[in-house]
Ligand binder design. Structure first.
Ligand SMILES: *[C@@H]1O[C@H](CO)[C@@H](O)[C@H](O)[C@H]1NC(C)=O
Ligand SMILES: *[C@@H]1O[C@H](CO)[C@@H](O)[C@H](O)[C@H]1NC(C)=O
Length: 206
């Protein structure tokens, strides 16, 4: 009996093609954390490479380890935000016109301090291939110019109080003399407002 090897190159090619096919597609994201400013909009960028259309895929953005994880769900060609975490209601969207280019980025509007953390983008194609990537979001808010008040304590000792509001994350507040020596002796007082922004104040006795 003689084996017919004439089909062999085809078979090998077919196998190579099959195994490399799923590995060829990748879901790519940003190289590092995405930085957002409180009150502004931000894009968490992810896209498929090569840029096949994601229009008929399931695209799920969620926050792993959250009790109420769903940020945005796109399924069967439309957004289905049930059961969406209510804090993302009306604030999370994809870019519909970008989906056919494989761009599955999430847009978050009016960023809040509580948006900070890890996001997962999970994509499932019709043929059940799936892709997953994590994106880390860091939130910043720049507070007010420091304001200095004069005040006397119970013993009549005159001090100066320096205060600044609206920060995230927590800033440092340091008193210095004209030569740059640190005069800070007291621990700062930290307060959080209803938006979780931080106010800091420190007293110095003169
Ligand atoms: C996909 O990428 C290729 C190469 O970068 C580009 O020429 C093509 O226009 C892209 N397709 C879409 C739909 O954006
Ligand atoms: C995806 O779309 C967003 C919004 O238009 C854009 O900012 C981003 O650059 C796009 N990403 C890619 C890889 O084209």
């Amino acid at each position: 009996m003689k084996a017919d090897w004439s089909m062999c190159p085809y078979l090998i090619l077919l196998i190579l093609h099959q195994t490399s096919r799923s590995e060829m597609f990748q879901l790519l994201g940003p190289a590092g954390p995405v930085i957002a400013v409180v009150g502004e909009d931000v894009v968490l960028p992810t896209h498929l490479k090569p840029n096949i259309s994601a229009e008929d895929m399931r695209i799920e953005w969620f926050r792993p380890q959250h009790r109420d994880p769903l940020v945005h769900l796109y399924l069967l060609g439309e957004s289905r935000n049930e059961p969406q975490n209510p804090s993302y209601s009306g604030r999370a969207a994809l870019f519909p016109e970008e989906l056919r280019k494989g761009n599955t980025s999430l847009r978050l509007s009016r960023v809040q301090v509580s948006d900070e953390g890890q996001y997962s983008c999970y994509i499932q194609s019709k043929s059940d291939n799936n892709y997953r990537i994590m994106v880390s979001l860091e939130v910043r808010a720049v507070g007010t110019e420091p304001v200095i008040f004069r005040e006397a304590d119970e013993e009549g000792e005159v001090g100066l109080l320096c205060e600044s509001k609206g920060w995230y994350p927590q800033p440092d507040l340091i008193w210095q003399d004209s030569e740059g020596h640190n005069l800070t002796t007291e621990k700062p007082e930290i307060l959080r407002d209803s938006l979780n922004l931080i106010a800091i104040r420190t007293r110095v006795v003169i």
